[in-house]
Design a protein around this ligand. Structure first.
Ligand SMILES: NC(=O)c1ccc[n+]([C@@H]2O[C@H](COP(=O)([O-])OP(=O)(O)OC[C@H]3O[C@@H](n4cnc5c(N)ncnc54)[C@H](O)[C@@H]3O)[C@@H](O)[C@H]2O)c1
Length: 421
């Protein structure tokens, strides 16, 4: 096996292409975005990822990696295109379908075809295999079709692509083995071979596990608010049990994985997936819960000025996709009762549809600062800068990240500890 064709050159496909090229494969990366293709052929990239510019440049200069708008013949094909959800939360597998249809004319008997995109259970069996059957292939005999989900962490993609354990699920046992062989040249982590549907479910359950556990923590936070208990102390103490690992409450769940993948399971088994659906609903309720607490915290002020800090779905990144903070900001701006200012040192103006303020502008005469992302900048806030500028120095820390406690000069409320409210 020498040549690999990778469809989709985003956060997953591009590092994958570069790592395979570095390992000696001839790699052609395919994307529908002309700019991505044009830049890659010059050794340049548009996405941000630690170490990636150097690895890509080297791979392109060595002649092992190039880009094209069209697929071409290869020994293995890897599909890494987006799988978002529709408005009604059903999975949109259109990109996967179109990528598979695009490679069909270039696939020959004996080739390996791998879908790395996160997909609903049975997508390989019920959607991808039939595309090849309609094109005249026997997908169980003529080609080796597999799902190999990706579980990398942005910022560590180049390391985790190589070191993480990989699940390789084949349409047939032979397909799983052939697909595993493709990864063996680059992956140092364990390669775990199984059926396609089991690989699909495993990937989805990894993120669902986290979503459900965050929902449990959020429910705990609401219960503690009703009962006058500090949820953070409860979590700290309960987690001293050797087999308990309660997660942390927060303003909701965002990003293109945790907030999306559980819906792929709910869609396929709506009657059975009760807890998964409820967990999504609980996490989706958190932005409104945050706003309700903001209303309570400012109920005595006619037109309160509220500074909202942090827009991303997790700390120290610039990604605002599916971020609960965006929903909170948009609803707060719509509410005529509030004078809202928004500050995030990691987010650029063109990423959002509302104005951003500097730290100083945001806190000036504010009655409340609400922390919505755990950026390092917010973990080390200068309290004197707040108390000197704010009209009423009150913080609502929804990420429990500031380390600040209520004192004579500052009042601090937290999701999970609203005893002072
Ligand atoms: N980014 C992550 O951290 C991560 C982690 C695990 C799994 N995943 C999954 O990996 C898949 C890809 O995610 P991503 O973050 O790389 O997406 P992305 O949006 O960064 O990149 C996808 C690329 O595919 C291209 N594309 C779309 N349709 C195409 C087509 N028909 N032919 C060729 N190119 C096409 C787009 O132009 C884009 O460049 C998704 O299913 C995602 O859920 C992502």
């Amino acid at each position: 096996m020498q040549k690999i064709c990778i469809i989709g050159l985003g956060y997953i496909g591009l590092p994958t292409a570069a790592v395979f090229a570095r390992a000696g494969y001839d790699v052609v990366g395919v994307d529908v975005n002309e700019k991505v293709v044009e830049l890659l052929n010059k050794g340049e990239i548009i996405i941000e990822e630690t170490g990636l510019p150097e690895v890509v440049k080297e791979a392109v200069e060595s002649g092992k990696l190039r880009a094209s708008l069209e697929p071409e013949a290869a020994d293995a094909f890897i599909i890494a295109v987006p799988t978002p959800v529709h408005e009604d939360h059903s999975a949109n597998v259109d990109y996967v379908v179109s990528a598979a249809q695009k490679i069909v004319p270039h696939v020959k008997k004996g080739d390996v075809v791998i879908v790395e995109s996160t997909i609903p259970p049975r997508t390989i069996d019920d959607i991808v295999a039939p595309i090849f059957r309609e094109a005249g292939f026997d997908p169980e005999q003529d080609i080796h079709l597999a799902h190999c989900p990706e579980r990398v962490l942005p910022g560590r993609i180049l390391i985790e692509l190589v070191e993480n354990a990989r699940i390789v699920g084949g349409l047939t046992p032979a397909a799983a083995q052939k697909a595993a062989d493709v990864y063996r040249r680059v992956v140092t982590g364990d390669i775990l071979v199984t059926e396609a549907v089991t690989a699909e479910m495993s990937k989805l359950m990894e993120n669902t596990f986290r979503d459900v556990n965050i929902a449990l923590a959020n429910e705990l936070a609401k219960i503690c608010a009703e009962l006058g208990v500090d949820a953070h102390k409860v979590i700290e103490l309960a987690n001293r049990h050797p087999r308990v690992n309660l997660h942390q409450p927060g303003p909701g769940v965002g990003g293109h994985c945790l907030a999306v993948d559980p819906y792929f399971i709910v869609e396929k088994a709506p009657a059975a997936a009760q807890m998964i659906k409820l967990s999504r609903d609980i996490n989706n309720s958190m932005p409104d819960y945050v706003i309700d607490q903001i209303i309570r915290m400012t109920s005595d002020i006619e037109r309160p000025s509220v500074a909202l800090f942090g827009l991303t779905y997790k700390g120290n990144i610039d990604d605002v996709r599916e971020s609960p903070a965006i929903e909170i900001v948009e609803k707060m701006i719509e509410n005529p009762r509030f004078n809202v200012r928004v500050h995030d040192p990691h987010v650029r103006t063109e990423q959002v549809s509302f104005p951003l303020s500097s730290f100083e502008e945001a806190v000036e005469s504010a009655h409340l600062v609400v922390i919505l992302a755990d950026h390092n900048e917010f973990k080390s806030l200068d309290v004197s800068k707040l108390t000197n500028s704010m009209a009423r120095p009150v913080i609502f820390d929804t990420k429990n990240c500031t380390g600040l406690e209520s004192g004579s000069s500052l009042t601090v409320h937290k999701i999970g500890d609203l005893r002072g409210l």
